[in-house]
Design a protein around this ligand. Structure first.
Ligand SMILES: *Cc1c(COP(=O)(O)O)cnc(C)c1O
Length: 388
């Protein structure tokens, strides 16, 4: 072939770099098109154990490394990545629920998960029922012949009830139902979900694995091959692609996860215990404190605690006073999501529950960051003066 024109050289270059580069960072492999050696090899398959790489949507070495490391950390067999924690939740539902199914969902699940169940799953003919998070073995009484899935989140969002996952799983498994668990609070490490009976878990990697409030990513981890096949064959057609750049940030986050979690745990416990002594605070909802529903289950089943918890203000404070308290905070920023390095405060005045457990307009959720604990306590103390 004659020497190609420069336009062609731009696309098919013969420039070469030395081989043998090694570094400590996982390379960022971007790519939609995956190349095959021979025409006969070209096909699409989500399962990288059958065929390593067939299309960018199903993974590049960067995304597959993150997935494999998460499966290792959570003691699962395989992990799938999704564009966010809520994407992980919807992947589990769409893969496992079908028309005619009855599904049991903890009353304190993450709000958008509840909304997905009531607004989308119902449209697809699935019948969700919300059960009290502290139900334990009594869940057996709610399981019907058509119950296929029990969703747990322990501790729950906003109100932090710790669930008896082993008891719930035993009851579900006795009737052939699958147990899904949102394991975001424990970062997938402080609660060994599969050892406690879960079949499939998800995490918002957005929180602790990312750890710096700069990415949105989720994961779904399964116990066995049957769930791997069921979820993978659904994911193939949902088109939930993740960015290798975000995955490389998550891989970097994993390297410091242990030290961040231990520092956050210690600081958060000091702040929570300080708040528990304050007359303005009726109750602290932190799983490691006896005032939290299910605290004894946290002691039994968890190996640590993290940085997000709630406080219930005393009944005498009107909603406006509590909002003024949040506004008076100087170091705590106001915003959703958590697990990063910055302390956050968000009023949680309109939580939806089938069985209301806490007074409306009384809860503020806090996320403790990596600031000096003394400064955070001083900030909370000065802001409490506005309560009067
Ligand atoms: C944040 C969160 C999610 C959703 O994660 P995104 O990445 O924000 O979509 C799911 N579950 C829990 C418990 C969460 O806190």
């Amino acid at each position: 072939m004659p020497t190609e024109r420069w336009e062609t050289r731009l696309i098919h270059s013969e420039a070469r770099v030395p081989a043998g580069f090694r570094s400590l960072a996982t390379p960022v492999h971007r790519g939609s098109t995956t190349l095959f050696e021979r025409a006969a090899d070209a096909h699409e398959d989500w399962n990288h154990e059958r065929h390593a790489y067939t299309y960018g949507l199903f993974g590049t070495p960067t995304t597959l490394e993150l997935a494999a490391r998460l499966a290792e950390l959570e003691h699962g067999s395989h992990t799938f990545l999704t564009p966010g924690g809520q994407g992980a939740i919807s992947l589990i539902w769409l893969a496992l629920a079908k028309a005619g199914d009855h599904v049991l969902v903890s009353d304190s699940v993450y709000g958008p998960n509840r909304a997905l169940a009531t607004k989308v799953l119902t449209r697809l003919g699935v019948n969700p029922e919300f059960y009290p998070p502290t139900i334990g073995a009594d869940i057996a009484g709610l399981i019907r012949p058509e119950t296929t899935l029990v969703w747990c989140e322990s501790p729950g969002s906003v109100t932090f009830e710790v669930q008896d996952v082993p008891a719930i799983a035993a009851a579900a498994h006795a009737r052939g139902a699958v147990v899904a668990l949102d394991n975001t609070w424990s970062a997938g490490v402080f609660f060994d979900a599969f050892a406690h009976g879960a079949d499939v878990t998800m995490q918002a990697l957005t929180k602790y694995v990312g750890g710096h409030s700069d990415l949105l990513l989720g994961s779904v981890t399964v116990r066995d091959e049957a769930l791997y096949e069921r979820i993978g064959s659904t994911l193939q057609f949902l088109g939930m692609a993740v960015s290798p750049d975000d995955c490389s940030l998550a891989l970097r986050g994993m390297q410091t996860l242990a030290v961040r979690l231990r520092a956050l745990e210690a600081s958060t416990l000091r702040v929570a215990r300080w708040l528990a002594e304050r007359p303005e605070v009726e109750r602290v909802l932190h799983p490691a404190l006896p005032s939290c529903p299910g605290h004894e289950l946290w002691l039994r089943d968890f190996t640590g605690s993290t940085s997000v918890f709630s406080i219930v203000f005393a009944e005498r404070y009107a909603a406006e006073k509590i909002l003024a308290f949040v506004d008076a905070l100087e170091l705590f920023e106001i915003g959703y999501s958590w697990g990063g390095v910055t302390s956050l405060a968000v009023p949680q005045f309109s939580i939806r529950r089938s069985t209301p457990a806490f007074r409306r307009n009384s809860i503020v959720r806090l996320n403790i960051g990596l600031e000096a604990t003394e400064d955070l306590i001083a900030d909370l103390e000065q802001a409490m003066r506005v309560l009067g």
